[in-house]
Write a protein that binds this ligand. Sequence first.
Ligand code: ADP
Ligand code: MG
Length: 277
Amino acid sequence: ATMPPLLSAIANAGRHGVLVKSAVAMERLGEIDLAALDKTGTLTEGAPEVTGVRPLPDSGLDEDGLLALAASAEHPSEHPLARAIVTAARTRGLRPAPAEDFTATPGRGVTATVEGREVSVGRADADGGATVVAVTWDGKPVGTLTLTDRLRPEAPATTAALTALTGTAPVLLTGDHSGAAARVAEATGLTDVRAGLLPEDKVDAVRALQDRGRKVLFVGDGVNDAPALAAAHSGIAMGRSGSDLALETADAVIVRDELTTVPAVVRLSRAARRLVV
Ligand code: ADP
Ligand code: MG
């Protein structure tokens, strides 16, 4: 028997390294006419490194003290920034102290009680192209950490291919600050950039585009991206850096860690739909 076109497209997508969850999901991928992309873990590798540790002079902490404190609070988190901070602490031979009452707020950061004192690590206003997070101790700022993430080598080719497929350059939606967003936008040829977005702001941005008649493909990886993945006409999650919630919510998951599979799967869907109609 010959396989129906959408099913053979799913099999083909699997060979390209993309798991498409249903025939309906496969079909919707070919209908999109605008892409909206997350930055951290999507256009970038999602494997940041700590490149700066800056205790405030009156904090009573040195670099190692600040890093150890941040790592203690971040230890339970699965966020890429958290993993980078814990790895940096281990590399310096520091051991995170046990954390209690851990809470993570998607798009903002974490808080935990470490040795009886409340520690928070989260977004900070910053200039320049790096990501900067602020550390507080019992509510008092004690310093900042700078983290740098590499652009995926295939990101510029991917945004160019999506522009060619949809006729419009993709929109960049990120929770990071505008400096870090601008650096990635420039490297990938994107001009519509929305930074400092909370998870619900990403949803609002997707909905606003769809209210204007666009069929949006959203590509993301984080817990913070799950609501936008659900709201979009079609949602693709990054398998390697992706959180469980993002993988569950998306219509398709990139299993081979390669961003060019995104335009490839849109093309496969379009070809299959031509055979169906
Ligand atoms: P993006 O939308 O670019 O993938 P996120 O929404 O995951 O980024 O994070 C947005 C910002 O929130 C980060 O740049 C950081 O400042 C802060 N943040 C989120 N989670 C954490 C965390 N675990 N530790 C420190 N900061 C965090
Ligand atoms: Mg992300």
